[in-house]
Design a protein around this ligand. Structure first.
Ligand code: GCB
Length: 603
């Protein structure tokens, strides 16, 4: 049975039953859920909303920091009219690992917290009645989980997460749960590639179905006029006088895909497609054969109370703030985001650097900070990385490219964040990951990874594999902060001189200074809003000095939650906006700069 992972949409032949809302929920403190058969139904529970992280609802620390299994349960009524169709349950994500039971029967298990998965439930479903869905979720981290981390035991017997990354290990059902009913013969996958010829565009496509009947495609423009048609599972459609998807000037065609037996409609699915090309030549990134300069943010899926749970209102606010500040791009640091974010980016014309959850690939006994200080514990020297993590990482690459391949907004794949690329042992791992991404992507979009400060040019063993070099640099914060800022600029300039010799485009994927909103001081001190501005002015001078720098994405869009510790004041405060999405002073500085930099800056 082909995996039906297309985004769940209603159509004349498809039905969706959304299961979001209040679910029963239980922590499994004593690990008795399996022996007591909680899969058949929870006995002691509270109600909890889905989608959301479970961590920030409760008022005690044990709940917030809980590590282990949690159980969710809900009921769904399946009407008789759906018998005779294929019925799947689809999770937008469940973080990190999940086992799903329907009416007491295990129907699927899934590893990884940031991508959708589904399971076929025809064999266990009861029509015209309520069906019990129970999900067991585990949020433990290890060297072979993505992201990486470890779990320790405390003297009271409780477990605790030690992430090798700088964001809170939120967990739960973070994205929507749907029952998806499709016809027995159905469309299971759709892939597009774009070629521009003068004023026209050719869209090459492949449709995968579960049967033999003919496939038909009709393309509609934004006014609802049919502008092109095609027939066949693999073909090309020519759109005369095509309107292209451009940065902050998006145009989306509607592709209606049908399976028909003569006049009988068997299945129908639709997608909005932006037509554009992406290419790297020399030190430039071209979209539709025009050089572009990226301005924007590294982000997180993070907000008060919801944790990492999807909320469309929060998403809307984020896009409005990004547009207001003159941004044209963001990175889905440090994992693939909810599908609705890419749909919105398609619609708004934002360029997305789409990142995998491969973060924390340092063996660090404390946290990411020991890594950024150069503690030499070598992740890729450990056979676990090659034997366990890599095959799983490759599966993640398959799933995320498959999920996100058709989005016009997705212009760059970021395959890792700050891995330990100071060792030769990283090279074979990287070669395989980079090659797989290239092979899977029909559009052959540029590949990158976000390089950590200690893996400078000449030290990094893997940067030659990148189509674009992405640098996370904190000159003026983690090194040479405060009154030493003048030396920060010197060190940064020297390093950039080395990178510029590689003759590849460079995007600054992180730079930033923790800033406590409302803290002012003249003259400035670190953590004040005044310092954040001085720090940024220095960074901008460096970016403007190097021709190869073709993008700047500040860390971070907004303040976000992390594990507590001496380096963080209730979270990371490098946000340009506060966690509740209000501007710090630096937001106005960025707005002025980004509104004045043209899209073809440096061309
Ligand atoms: C980094 C990491 C990011 C951290 C950031 C920081 O290099 O990629 O996850 O949050 O530094 O603020 O230290």
């Amino acid at each position: 049975m082909a995996n039906k992972l297309l985004y769940p949409r209603f159509s004349p032949t498809r039905r969706i039953i959304n299961m979001d809302g209040m679910w029963k929920f239980s922590f499994d403190y004593d690990d008795k859920g399996d022996t007591e058969n909680w899969k058949d139904g929870l006995k002691d529970y509270c109600l909890i909303p889905v989608p959301a992280s479970f961590n920030d609802f409760f008022t005690d620390k044990d709940s917030r920091e809980y590590i282990g299994n949690v159980w969710y349960e809900n009921e769904v009524f399946v009407p008789k009219e759906l018998s005779g169709t294929d019925l799947d349950i689809r999770f937008g994500s469940a973080t990190h690992d999940a086992i799903v039971y329907v009416n007491g029967v295990e129907i699927t298990s899934h590893k990884g917290g940031f991508l959708p998965f589904n399971a076929h439930i025809n064999d266990v479903v009861r029509y015209d009645s309520f069906n019990k869905v129970v999900v067991k979720i585990n949020n433990e981290l290890s060297l072979e989980s993505l992201p990486c981390g470890q779990i320790i035991s405390l003297s009271n017997g409780k477990k605790m997460a030690k992430p090798y990354f700088d964001f809170f290990n939120y967990a739960g059902i973070h994205r929507s749960v749907n029952l998806v009913s499709t016809p027995k013969e159905s469309i299971v996958d759709f892939t597009v590639n774009h070629i521009l010829n003068g004023n026209d565009a050719t869209v090459e496509y492949i449709v995968e179905t579960t049967g033999e009947n003919e496939v038909y495609i009709t393309v509609y423009d934004e006014d609802g006029h049919a502008v092109a048609r095609s027939q066949g599972k693999k073909s090309a459609i020519v759109i005369k006088g095509a309107k292209l998807w451009n940065v902050l000037d998006a145009y989306l065609y509607k592709f209606i895909i049908q399976i028909k037996d003569k006049d009988l409609l068997i299945d129908e699915y639709q997608e909005e497609i932006g037509i554009r090309t992406v290419e790297v030549k020399g030190t430039r990134l071209y979209i539709n054969n025009k050089p572009v300069y990226l301005k924007g943010y590294g982000k997180h899926e993070d907000s008060e109370v919801l944790g990492r749970g999807f909320n469309p209102a929060m998403m809307k606010r984020d896009f409005e703030l990004m547009k207001w500040s003159g941004a044209n791009s963001f990175r889905t640091s440090h994992y693939p985001y909810v599908e609705e974010v890419y749909q919105m980016a398609d619609r708004e014309g934002f360029v997305v650097i789409d990142e995998t959850p491969a973060v924390g690939m340092w063996i660090s006994t404390q946290n990411f900070l020991s890594a950024s200080k150069g503690v030499k514990e070598k992740y890729f020297d450990n056979p676990i990385a090659h034997e366990k993590t890599k095959p799983y990482h490759m599966q993640v690459i398959r799933d995320y490219i498959n999920r996100d391949k058709n989005h016009a907004c997705v212009c760059i794949w970021s395959l890792f964040n700050e891995p330990d690329t100071t060792t030769e042992s990283a090279v074979s791992y990287f070669e395989d990951i980079f090659e797989l991404a290239h092979e899977l992507d029909i559009q052959k979009r540029p590949r990158t990874f976000a390089n950590v400060m200690v893996a400078r040019a000449g030290v990094c063993t893997c940067s030659h594999l990148c189509d674009i070099i992405s640098l996370n640099r904190y000159f003026g914060w983690y090194v040479n902060g405060g009154y030493e800022l003048v030396d920060a600029k010197k060190g940064f300039m020297e390093e950039m001189a080395d990178w510029s010799k590689m003759n590849k485009p460079v995007i600054m994927t992180e730079y930033g200074a923790d800033t406590y909103a409302g803290e002012h001081k003249l003259p400035s001190v670190m953590w004040s809003e005044d310092y954040q501005i001085e720090y940024l002015n220095i960074q901008h001078e460096v970016f403007d000095s190097y021709d190869c720098v073709i993008g700047e994405q500040i860390w971070n869009f907004a303040d976000f939650q992390t594990t507590e510790g001496i380096m963080r004041v209730n979270g990371n405060k490098k946000g340009v906006f506060t966690r509740n999405r209000q501007p710090k002073a630096a937001a106005y500085l960025l707005k002025e700069r980004w509104e004045s930099l043209p899209l073809d800056y440096k061309s």
